[in-house]
Design a protein around this ligand. Structure first.
Ligand code: HEC
Length: 500
């Protein structure tokens, strides 16, 4: 079901598109072409937002933006290279901040959340992105000499504790892996770190999970790169019940949990689709990738779980389809505008919970689209920076609700020219594989299956929030379709011999 279309197919599509542009009325799909890792900066004129550029100050306008979108990392004990909490800390960075924020949705952008704002669904959980007006204010402020303004306008400072906070709140259960020591300089380490029992004596459903590395690197910002602060590059793990002699997970109950990767955010499962952590369960840390970071480092992983109440039962099942390709990949060197395509036909009504583009160093961008009948809906496009693997979790009432039969399509964009600084060596051909110098093209996001009743109920809820029949929701393209019971209609048609 998942294929990568060779270039010839693309060429044909491109020709068709060009022909179509001349001969036919405009296509319903918006153009999503482009792999450029560094398109134009998003620059705005403050005056267009009714803001006097010379009146923008740090205290009044900039500090609140930094508090909301930057300081959770850029604080004295956060993961970022410098703290951005006081005027004196921020002032020297004004021009760099202007540029990094204006990149907005491509590699190098700050904050690192690469959502394209001019296409697709815009409602995401933990979205730290800046509005056009906020970008305009930062730009006006930096260009105007970065004035401090009146200290009385400063918002109260945020208190950061140095212990490192869980973003999911205080976990109900924390499971720790064994310590691992990486030498100062060493080859990458791959392998299975074995089983870690959860100690649970009753079944519990997981509402949220967060994985973090705890190590002996000082939190004084001495590491200048993200990789320099950690030894665990990523960890793929499964959860299930221990077998009789506690030597393995029972394959019947074993299920993979979302991957841990440096820079990846926590997982909040949808309210109606909590994930089971059963009595006598264990985590199987089955595929770890560790790397040396230039100083001998000892560290372990902590898995924090927040549970639903004890009587909770999930209503939705996790959907099982794969979108992408991890092995059969051909990436020629020195070439921009490379595209990968993958398709799958949804066998069940589906709600997409999260979109998680996964490419490797050549990746610059990924789009996800839904094709239904003659229509083609771009659900989202996001930039990609292999230093930051991000997942995009939809707000519950904006998540795509797709009928069975929808063709889901992802497009990965790659650039192997000098313009892509993430490449170790752009002279090399690369194929599929696990290392960052090899390639992957996968949507690691997750979805839930809906029954006919659940699908109709979700759409009815969505419709109820719309103001009029003219309201349009790209993630719910059947929202205004005549509300019929599809199963009985199909059954009736078949009875009358009308089904094809
Ligand atoms: C999720 C954590 C995180 C958030 C949120 C974040 N940053 Fe960063 N920032 C980093 C890290 C880590 C680096 C260094 C690695 C890199 O450049 O990707 C960095 C680098 C930077 C740099 C470049 C520093 C240099 O040496 O050139 C600037 C400027 C910056 N951030 C500003 C911001 C601003 C402004 C915001 C909010 C609008 C922000 N960051 C939000 C983690 C973060």
């Amino acid at each position: 079901m998942n294929t990568i279309q060779p270039c010839r197919m693309l060429l044909r599509l491109a020709l068709l598109f060009l022909l179509g542009a001349f001969l036919a009325p405009p296509l319903s799909a918006q153009s999503i072409a482009g792999s450029d890792p560094h398109p134009d900066l998003h620059l705005y004129d403050a005056a267009d937002f009714g803001v006097d550029p010379s009146a923008v100050t740090f205290a009044k306008d900039i500090a609140p933006i930094l508090q909301r979108s930057c300081q959770n990392c850029h604080n004295p004990s956060g993961g970022a290279p410098m703290s951005l909490t006081t005027y004196d800390e921020v002032r020297p960075w004004a021009q760099v901040i202007k540029n990094r924020t204006a990149i907005r949705d491509r590699m190098g952008a700050m904050p690192p959340f690469f959502l394209e704002k001019d296409i697709g669904i815009q409602e995401f959980k933990y979205d730290p992105t800046l509005s056009d007006e906020e970008l305009a204010m930062i730009q006006a402020w930096a260009d105007n000499g970065a004035p401090r303004g009146d200290p009385a306008d400063m918002p109260p400072p945020i208190a950061f504790d140095k212990t490192g906070r869980w973003t999911i709140g205080e976990p109900d259960l924390v499971v720790r892996s064994a310590e691992f020591t990486m030498p100062e300089v060493a080859a990458d380490w791959w392998g299975d770190l074995g089983l870690v029992p959860t100690g649970l004596t009753e079944d519990r459903y997981v509402k949220a999970v967060e994985v973090r590395e705890v190590n002996d690197i000082p939190v004084d910002g001495s590491a200048s790169t993200v990789g320099g602060r950690y030894i665990f590059h990523h960890m793929t793990y499964s959860v299930g019940e221990l077998n009789e002699d506690d030597t393995a997970l029972d394959p019947e109950t074993s299920a993979s949990f979302p991957i841990h990767e440096v820079g990846r955010n926590a997982d909040m499962f949808p309210e109606k689709a909590g994930r089971l952590l059963s009595a006598n369960s264990a985590l199987h840390l089955r595929a770890a990738h560790l790397h040396a970071n230039g100083r001998e480092t000892t560290g372990h992983l902590e898995f924090g779980f927040v549970f639903h109440p004890k009587d909770y039962e999930p209503e939705y099942r996790r959907a099982r389809f794969l979108l992408g390709n991890g092995t059969d990949i051909d990436v020629p060197p020195g070439r921009s505008n490379q595209e990968f395509h993958s398709f799958t036909v949804l066998q069940q009504h589906t709600k997409i919970v999260a979109f998680e583009p996964h490419l490797h160093a050549p990746g610059t961008r990924m789009c996800i689209e839904a094709i239904w009948g003659g229509n083609h809906f771009t659900l989202n496009c996001v930039g990609y920076d292999h230093n930051w693997v991000k997942q995009y979790v939809y707000e519950d009432d904006a998540a795509p609700l797709l009928p069975k039969g929808t063709i889901l399509h992802i497009v990965g964009f790659l650039d192997t020219t000098d313009a892509n600084e993430n490449l170790a060596d752009n002279r090399n051909w690369a194929g599929g594989g696990r290392r960052s110098v090899s390639n992957m093209f996968i949507d690691l996001g997750y979805s839930v299956e809906l029954t006919e009743e659940q699908f109709q109920a979700e759409m009815a809820e969505r419709r109820a929030k719309m103001k009029s029949r003219n309201d349009y929701d790209v993630g719910c393209f059947l929202c205004w379709a005549p509300v019929t019971d599809m199963t009985s209609t199909i059954a009736e048609e078949e009875e009358q011999g009308g089904g094809r």
